[in-house]
Structures are given as structure tokens and as C-alpha cells.
Design a protein around this ligand. Structure first.
Ligand SMILES: [Zn+2]
Length: 99
């Protein structure tokens, strides 16, 4: 859920934790609680064989490279780091910068 939390918090996925402003830290904490509580509530009662699809369907940016950001309508982008990939919205999270 890291992509979703960072997107909700409007925080760049590449900013170092030590460089976060107090406001960014507050948004990150609030987004972590909100995204995880929302996910847990939304999946409660969902049959096990449908959990994965329900999770995928609820993602705003994760796994949605090339699709429209549901917040600003910009294009969700993907970048690679450390042998994995992540998705983010440049408009919402990096001031338009591509990673
Ligand atoms: Zn956006």
C-alpha cells in the first residue's frame, strides 16, 4: 500500500524520511491510517478468492501506470528502483517532475 499512502499524502516516493517537513510527516501519518483503515473496512466480508481483485480494483495509482490519476487527471507514472517498481502521480506528488 505504499504507493497509495504516498499518493494520498501527496508526498514524493523518493524523498528521504529525514527531509520530510512537519506538514509532510503529518500528512503521511494521516494517509497511512486512512488508507489502511479504509482497505481493511472495504475487504471485511469479502470472500478469500475475491480479496486480491478487490484490492487491485481499489488502487488509485498502484499498478495503474498510464492511466489517469483519480485526483488530478494527470497520467500515473512508474519508476524502477532497487529491483522493484512503484507508481506515482507527478502532478500530485513531485511538482510535475518525472522520476
Ligand atoms: Zn494526480
Amino acid at each position: 500500500y505504499s504507493d497509495e499512502i504516498l499518493h494520498t499524502a501527496k508526498v514524493s516516493p523518493v524523498v528521504h524520511a529525514s527531509a520530510l517537513s512537519p506538514d509532510q510527516r503529518d500528512r503521511l501519518y494521516a494517509a497511512t491510517v486512512d488508507v489502511m483503515r479504509t482497505a481493511a473496512a472495504a475487504r471485511t466480508g469479502v470472500p478469500a478468492d475475491r480479496l486480491k481483485q478487490a484490492k487491485v480494483d481499489a488502487m488509485r495509482v498502484h499498478g495503474r501506470a498510464g492511466e489517469a490519476c483519480p485526483v488530478c487527471g494527470g497520467v500515473v507514472r512508474q519508476f524502477a528502483f532497487g529491483g522493484t517498481t512503484a507508481e506515482y502521480c507527478p502532478t500530485c506528488q513531485t511538482g510535475g517532475a518525472l522520476l
